[in-house]
Write a protein of this length. Structure first.
Length: 367
């Protein structure tokens, strides 16, 4: 037990060190990207740094497999150079048995990433998008889907508008909302206009409303007396069909706890839910994939340094880890496109990775 705790403590120490180093590099690169992206905006260094910090949890969540394999490589190369693995084998404990502590720790880290880091990354990503949209356009643009229909929010320097539609019809690049209402707000003030329309079609930076009725919401004026009806009406918008479709398909800003509700709401609204179904299963399989990364790193670095070729072994471990990561992402894309079943897209890569690396470890241990 003491030996397992020792390996677990060393593993956690190197994990935290590599997380710190990688986080610093990611922040420096992302800060440079924020400076370039908002070069035309009058933002202070503190605002740019805040945007960088908001991107950090999502980056760490994405780089966890790389962090895990680097942690394993550093740990076992160090143990091999200090001959601690030789001593471990000399007391009758196999190398695979010595892997139990790092594997269990990686599984715990995977569960924590699923239950804690994922919601944090989703929240910070949403906050980043809101701030970035506000810095660019002076307002925010958002989309959500609920049982009540589709909700859109668009903003500009002239104010904001909240849009609700009870139906959606998308054909090609066209975005058509059915049974739609617009509620417009003045900057730093209350609502100024309410519009009900039979349909709203997005065309060249404008909403084309059909059979619309407009009520002015002015203090002291009865809205119905000032109401006007229009067979067609153009409403300017900063939204585009690409942004709406990307938002509908975006999964970066959604927490693991909200995915089941999102699947239900999308299904009721008539959208495809397969992307969210794949994402849900991929997140559930994440702890197993992190365990596979630990096994990959150990399979090539548990040999003693006197045999030579440590650099080549490290290179092979990193390349195999990247290869398995690419295969997992490729399988996820195939699942999202409906080419393979959802369960296969999410669970086949981590299970196959564990089986492959266990085979390598058994061959290295027993010949």
């Amino acid at each position: 037990m003491k030996l397992d705790l020792y390996y677990a403590r060393r593993f956690v120490q190197w994990f935290l060190i590599i997380c710190g180093v990688l986080s610093t590099l990611v922040m420096l690169i992302d800060l440079n990207e924020q400076i370039r992206r908002f070069d035309s905006e009058d933002l202070s260094f503190g605002q740019l740094l805040g945007l960088t910090f908001l991107n950090l949890p999502a980056a760490i969540n994405e780089f966890l497999p790389l962090i895990m394999i680097l942690t394993t490589i550093v740990l076992f190369v160090g143990l091999a150079r200090s001959s601690e693995l030789v001593v471990t084998r000399a007391i009758g404990r196999s190398g695979i048995r010595a892997l139990m502590a790092p594997v269990l720790v990686s599984g715990v880290i995977g569960v924590l990433a699923l239950t804690t880091l994922n919601p944090i990354a989703a929240a910070t990503s949403n906050r980043y998008n809101d701030l970035a949209e506000g810095y660019r356009n002076g307002g925010t643009a958002a989309l959500s889907i609920s049982e009540d229909g589709i909700w859109l929010r668009q903003g500009s320097a002239e104010g904001q508008s909240v849009i609700r539609a009870h139906g959606y019809l998308g054909q090609g690049n066209d975005i058509i909302l059915q049974d739609v209402s617009f509620l417009s707000y003045a900057p730093n003030a209350g609502p100024v206009t309410r519009i009900l329309a039979e349909s709203a079609e997005l065309q060249d930076g404008n909403w084309l409303l059909t059979n619309a009725k407009v009520w002015p919401l002015t203090v002291g004026l009865v809205p119905e007396r000032g109401a006007r009806e229009h067979e067609s009406l153009l409403i300017p918008t900063t939204l585009t069909s690409e942004r709406i479709r990307d938002t509908l398909g975006a999964v970066d800003g959604i927490s693991i706890y909200d995915i089941p509700d999102a699947i239900s709401d999308l299904g009721q609204a008539g959208f495809s839910t397969i992307r969210y179904e794949v994402l849900l299963q991929v997140e559930f399989a994440r702890p197993f994939f992190l365990i596979a990364m630990v096994l990959v790193g150990a399979a090539f670095t548990m040999r003693h340094t006197r045999f030579g070729g440590t650099g080549l072994a490290v290179l092979m471990a990193v390349l195999l880890g990247f290869g398995l990561y690419f295969i997992r992402n490729f399988a996820q894309i195939l699942g999202e496109n409906g080419q393979i079943p959802v369960a296969m897209a999410a669970w086949a890569p981590p299970i196959a990775s564990i089986m492959l690396t266990l085979g390598l470890l058994l061959h290295a241990e027993d010949g």
